[in-house]
Structures are given as structure tokens and as C-alpha cells.
Design a binder for this molecule. Structure first.
Ligand code: HEM
Length: 400
């Protein structure tokens, strides 16, 4: 394969094998790690594929996260996860420093070690409860609705202090918002409904504070109700798909790599390293993340003009042989720390410790309590989420 890197191309999105990013990305990383890219609306920007340059862009404040300045590299209703055309105070995911810094600091203060320690037994309890349910209903299940999807949702409910029964009323709306085939109008409508739901939660916590993140943010007395609602909204939406897909796709990956799974089963203390390696190897934010240049920036000899969008391919960066030896091999014993599955720089995933805990506890519970867990269908029959912003499986039939 030889890509013509003199003329702009579309973002390569077609995989040739289910667990590897499109092979064009490897060629680009080797020959042209800053390559011209055509965006959906015809805008010409850039695609960055090497580990070193990915981190350089993501830690450089001359590149902005503001959604109104960026162009979309793939044709999806949700763009890259931003709510459509809403200008709501507190939506810090789409802000730059110093506005972003203020919200981020207040939120990290609340996602502290104490709260994480408090959540871990709850995560274990939830994971065990879900496995109990699986075992009670037979010896076969689709792991997505039975385990991978509810676990992160229940954890976010615990974090925000939302009763699970209440969450179930809003769940269909949240699912509709995240579907890539929902229309822009539908997405907007879902956005409004979830926002209203969370605004009510905030009002209730103001009246009856509890030991949860929303009550903690209220107690700071630094944020308006809308800002707190917006923060809750971002946690609510960003925390589900990513972790759910890592859990399901991670399980698929281990079940299809018997040597790695045997090593993990023999020594569950390897789980922490396995989680890091799965994050690197699978990099579920498969189309990468984008930034807009606020001024002309030189990047490895290429001038990025002010106003141009740069897409950073996280999967390509995490398979860079200059950073990870034999990057296309899954090796749960390798030191995979430093990978960019959670991004890098000021926007690096604010809840990464929580996500790691969910995966560590989730995989441990599954493989410990279902020692004979295996696929219930041939691996090639497992349906993949090809066009989705967050890669994964749409169903995972398993038996034990
Ligand atoms: C395996 C699971 C996860 C992955 C792979 C993941 C990935 C990412 C990535 C790549 C970013 C950076 C986006 C950017 O730079 O534009 C990010 C940011 C973020 N993530 Fe996660 N995430 C995960 C889990 C979670 C969870 C569980 C939550 C919430 C409970 C969460 C909430 C957020 C928020 C709020 C941001 C925005 C941070 C900011 O802009 O400062 N994520 N995540």
C-alpha cells in the first residue's frame, strides 16, 4: 500500500482485522506523521499519527478544544462527542485554559483519593451482583447488556448520587443520544432531556445533601446550578460508552488470546498491567481527538496554519514502534504505561483512575467468578462497532 501524502486524504477508518487500527495509519506514521487530511465539510487540516507528535499537539495550548473552531473528520451526528450547538456554562470539555483549568481543578478535587477508595467496594459489589444475575439465569448470556454496559452506568449513579431506579427512567434517552444513527434533532432533544433530569438531581441535592460528587460540588459554593448540572452531564455521558466498550471488547480480546488469558487466570495480580495493555492495544476512541490551531504552529517541519484542525490518531500513537516494542502484539506483561488511550495534556481523561478501577475490578470479578468463561459463538461472528466513535462489540455471546 502506498498512500499519496501530497494530496489530502479522508481519515482512514476501515479496519482489515478487528483488533488492529486501519493499516494506512501505520504507513502514514512511518512516512508522513503529519499528513494533510480532508474533513467532512471540505476543510483541509492535518492527521497526526506518531506518539511523539500526538503528545506534542495535545500538550500545546496553541491548539484549542473549542468545538466551534474544529471540523469533523468523520461524518457522525455527534461529531466527536460534543453536545450539538449548545453553549452551556460549565461544558469544560470544549474549553481552553484558563476557563477549563478552573472547572477541572474543582472537579479533580471532588474525584479525590477518598472518593475513589469509597467507590471501589461499591464497584466490586455491583460487579458481583451482575455476575450473580448471570449465573442465576443460566450458563449463557450477552455480556454487553448483562455486565459491560450496566457496570459503568451503576458506578456513575453511585458517583453522582443518582438512585439506580431513577437512572433506568433516563437510560433509553441516554442510549438514543449516543447512537450514531440518531438525527441531529433527536440528539438535541435527548441532550435537553438528560440535562433537565440532572438539573432536578442538583436541586434535590441542594435540599438534601448526601456523600456524593454532586453534593460535594454544591458544597464548594463556587459554581452555579447550571455549571454543576453541566459537569454532571459530562461525567454521565463520557463515562459510560468508553468503559462499557473497554470491558466488552477487552473480554473479547482476552478470550481470543488464550495464552494471555491463561497467564492472567493463573495470576490475577497481573490484572492491573493487563488493563493498561488493553487500553493501549484497543484504544477504543478509534477516530482520535481533534484540536484547532489558534495561530500558525510548526510541527515536525510542517506549518499548521491558524484555524486549521488537527486530528490526533490515538490508536496510531499507541501502536508506534518508536515508543512500544512490537506494538501490534498484545502482551499483558509489558509496561504499557504512558499510552495515550486517555488522551494527554490538560484534557487527559479526568476520571481515568475511576475507569481503571472499573476495568480492574470488572475483569477480576469476571475471570474469578466465571473461571470457564468463553465465547458462545465463533470469534468471527461477534459483531463489531465499526462506524462508532467508541469502538467495541455490539454483542458478546458468552458461556461458562
Ligand atoms: C476506558 C474508559 C475511558 C476512556 C478510554 C476515556 C478516554 C478519554 C479521552 C481520550 C479523553 C480526552 C479527550 C480530549 O482530549 O479531547 C477523555 C476526557 C474525559 N473523560 Fe474519559 N475516558 C474513559 C472513561 C471515563 C469515565 C468513566 C468518565 C466519567 C466518569 C470520563 C469522563 C471524562 C471527561 C469529563 C473528560 C473531559 C476532560 C477534560 O476535558 O478536561 N471518562 N476521556
Amino acid at each position: 500500500m502506498t498512500i499519496d501524502t501530497d494530496s489530502p486524504m479522508r481519515l482512514p477508518i476501515t479496519r482489515r482485522s478487528v483488533l488492529d487500527p486501519p493499516p494506512e495509519l501505520a504507513e502514514l506514521r512511518q512516512r508522513c506523521p503529519v499528513a494533510p487530511l480532508t474533513y467532512v465539510d471540505g476543510h483541509i487540516g492535518w492527521l497526526v499519527t506518531s506518539y511523539e507528535l500526538a503528545r506534542a499537539v495535545l500538550q500545546d495550548n496553541r491548539f484549542s478544544s473549542r468545538p466551534e473552531l474544529r471540523h469533523s473528520a468523520v461524518h457522525l451526528v455527534l461529531g466527536d462527542g460534543q453536545p450539538p450547538e449548545e453553549d452551556v456554562p460549565g461544558m469544560f470539555v470544549g474549553m481552553d485554559p484558563p476557563e477549563h483549568t478552573r472547572y477541572r481543578k474543582l472537579l479533580t478535587g471532588e474525584l479525590n483519593v477518598r472518593r475513589m477508595r469509597q467507590l471501589e467496594p461499591q464497584i466490586a459489589e455491583t460487579a458481583n451482583m451482575l455476575v450473580d444475575q448471570m449465573r442465576a439465569t443460566g450458563t449463557e448470556a450477552d455480556l454487553v447488556p448483562a455486565f459491560a454496559s450496566p457496570l459503568p452506568s451503576l458506578v456513575i449513579c453511585d458517583l453522582l448520587g443518582i438512585p439506580y431506579a431513577e437512572w433506568q427512567t433516563i437510560r433509553p434517552v441516554s442510549e438514543r443520544m449516543l447512537r450514531t444513527d440518531s438525527s441531529a434533532e433527536e440528539v438535541k432533544d435527548c441532550f435537553a432531556k438528560i440535562f433537565e433530569f440532572l438539573a432536578e438531581v442538583v436541586q434535590r441535592k441542594k435540599r438534601e445533601p448526601e456523600d456524593d460528587l454532586v453534593s460535594g460540588l454544591i458544597a464548594l459554593d463556587e459554581l452555579s446550578d447550571v455549571e454543576i448540572t453541566a459537569i454532571a452531564f459530562q461525567l454521565f455521558t463520557a463515562g459510560h460508552e468508553t468503559t462499557a466498550n473497554m470491558l466488552a471488547l477487552g473480554t473479547y480480546t482476552l478470550l481470543t488470546h488464550p495464552d494471555q488469558l491463561a497467564a492472567l487466570r493463573a495470576d490475577l495480580d497481573l490484572t492491573e498491567g493487563a488493563v493498561e495493555e488493553l487500553l493501549r492495544y484497543l484504544t477504543v476512541i478509534q477516530f482520535g481527538i481533534s484540536r484547532a490551531a489558534l495561530e500558525d504552529v510548526e510541527l515536525a517541519g510542517t506549518t499548521i496554519r491558524a484555524g486549521q484542525t488537527v486530528t490526533v490518531s490515538l490508536p496510531a500513537a499507541n501502536r508506534d514502534p518508536a515508543r512500544f516494542t512490537d506494538p501490534d502484539v498484545l502482551d499483558i506483561r509489558r509496561p504499557a504505561t504512558g499510552n495515550v488511550a486517555f488522551g494527554f495534556g490538560v484534557h487527559q481523561c479526568v476520571a481515568q483512575q475511576l475507569a481503571r478501577a472499573e476495568m480492574r475490578i470488572g475483569f477480576r470479578t469476571l475471570f474469578q467468578r466465571l473461571p470457564d468463561l468463553r465465547l458462545a459463538v465463533p470469534a468471527e461472528e461477534v459483531p463489531m462497532r465499526d462506524g462508532a466513535i467508541v469502538y467495541g462489540v455490539t454483542a458478546l455471546p458468552v458461556t461458562w
